[in-house]
Design a binder for this molecule. Structure first.
Ligand code: FES
Ligand SMILES: [Fe+2]
Length: 436
């Protein structure tokens, strides 16, 4: 369990909170490049509790501005997307990507008022189909973008999906680093789930947790045939990334990006380190598997019915209002959980009882040791920055996050972590190094 104060430190992300200040030290992946057309409609975004609009100018540059015009507050979601910036439709003030006011056409021509007015603007960069922003205090001197393998491999090797999950970022992330839930929550009672069957056959795991420069490694250890040990190692990378071991055979994970305290952008990636993904795999991720959701939100699982919300188009048809389409009959015949598909099962357990869980009430077992270590690593980092301005060492060492999750069989005396275990190190173009 956590104290109320520590829980608050972890879950509050808005401006001026200690957690929010810590998140603002980092680059944040917040949009998919292909969903922003050049000269297209500005999109409402909420990030770390701030209401913003993002857009791509006709010449292809991405901007992120306050959603409220600094003149008299008209929504910049209605702005005209013009060369070099946005023009508010109320009185025609125009703002550049850096937030400077470029024109105030109704003011007298000799007025210098525009030189003294700015709109809040955050720096953006794009890399391999993802738009990143830096919301930190020093917009002129951001740290380098973190090197994360899923965002460095060629786009043919990665699939990205985005959806909104109606709960706090940590509540969502904790499901991804929880090595004990898959064989229950994701199991099928018609025995078609190969992963759960494999894990069940190997019995109850034991766990090892290692703090790392980048975050935390969480290893589950099971017996394997011929006296070997089967290790599955999930990774947590500060401040909100997860990596889960390869299967079928992509490596996957999430950026659990805080929209506000109660909503999270679940950016999921699946990639192969050396080979392009097949059309069949992409189709399954986009359309679901035989009509069921996979780890990725399918395109048909997304709602298009509320353009006023931030991240419109990324909210889903499986949500707390409809009980995530829980079906008790399905629990008797198909899914152990009665919930239709992988990410829906996770989301229902993470968000189904409200957006912010009171962690003073929880009872943690040994299978939660990874979750405890992740919370501790974040609390220490947040408090060190708040108390002494200490910057996390990984922030200026972008390669420290070049790691992989693994699912590997090893001899009983072989360590899974160490200089010799090169399959843990990510290197663009390098294969897994073992049979997945
Ligand atoms: S409110 Fe935007 S220009 Fe007046
Ligand atoms: Fe899960």
């Amino acid at each position: 369990m956590l104290t109320h104060e520590d829980n608050e430190t972890l879950v509050r992300v808005g401006p001026g909170t200690v957690g929010g200040n810590f998140f603002r030290l980092h680059w944040v992946p917040f949009y998919v490049s292909k969903d922003l057309a050049a000269g297209g409609q500005p999109r409402r975004v909420r990030l770390l509790g701030e209401d913003l609009v993002t857009f791509r100018t006709p010449d292809g540059k991405v901007g992120l501005l306050d959603q409220s015009c600094p003149h008299r507050g008209a929504p910049l979601a209605y702005a005209r997307n013009e060369e070099c910036g946005l023009r508010c439709v109320y009185h025609g003030w125009k703002f550049g990507l850096d937030g400077k006011t470029l024109e105030m056409p109704a003011e007298p021509p000799e007025s210098t008022f525009k030189d003294r007015v700015q709109v809040k603007a955050y720096r953006c960069e794009e890399r391999n189909g993802i738009v990143w922003t830096y919301m930190g205090p020093d917009q002129q001197n951001p740290p380098p973008l973190p090197n994360l393998e899923w965002n460095l491999v060629p786009v043919a090797q990665v699939h990205i999906s985005v959806r909104v999950q109606e709960c706090n970022w940590l509540q969502a992330l904790e499901g991804d680093i929880d090595p004990a839930h898959a064989q229950f929550l994701h199991n099928r009672i018609d025995s078609k789930n190969k992963l759960a069957a494999l894990l069940n056959a190997r019995g109850r795991p034991t766990f090892e947790v290692h703090r790392q420069k980048f975050g935390v490694s969480i290893a589950a250890k099971r017996d394997a045939p011929e006296g070997q040990i089967y290790w599955r190692v999930n990774q947590f990378i500060q401040p909100f990334y997860t990596l889960t071991p390869p299967s079928f055979p992509q490596l996957s994970g999430h950026a659990w990006v805080p929209i506000d305290d109660e909503n999270t952008l679940a950016l999921m990636f699946s990639y192969h380190p050396s080979d392009p993904l097949s059309e069949k795999v992409r189709r399954i991720f986009d359309e679901g598997h035989h009509g069921r959701e996979t780890g990725h939100a399918s395109l048909t699982g997304l709602r298009q019915d509320d353009a006023r919300r931030p991240y419109a188009g990324y909210w889903t048809k499986f949500n707390p209002e409809n009980d995530f389409q829980f079906n008790y009959d399905s629990q008797l015949t198909t899914w152990y959980s009665g919930l239709p598909g992988l990410w829906v099962q996770d989301a229902a357990c993470q968000a189904g009882n409200g957006p912010i869980f009171d962690r003073t009430k929880e009872k943690l077992g040994v299978t939660d040791s990874g979750i405890v270590a992740v919370r501790r690593s974040m609390l220490e980092a947040i408090k060190s920055y708040a108390q002494s301005g200490a910057i996390p060492p990984a922030l200026h060492d972008p390669d420290s996050s070049m790691i992989r999750a693994i699912g590997v069989r090893l001899p009983p005396d072989a360590p899974w972590w160490g200089e010799d275990q090169t399959f843990l190190k990510a290197q663009v173009g390098k294969g897994f190094g073992y049979d997945v």
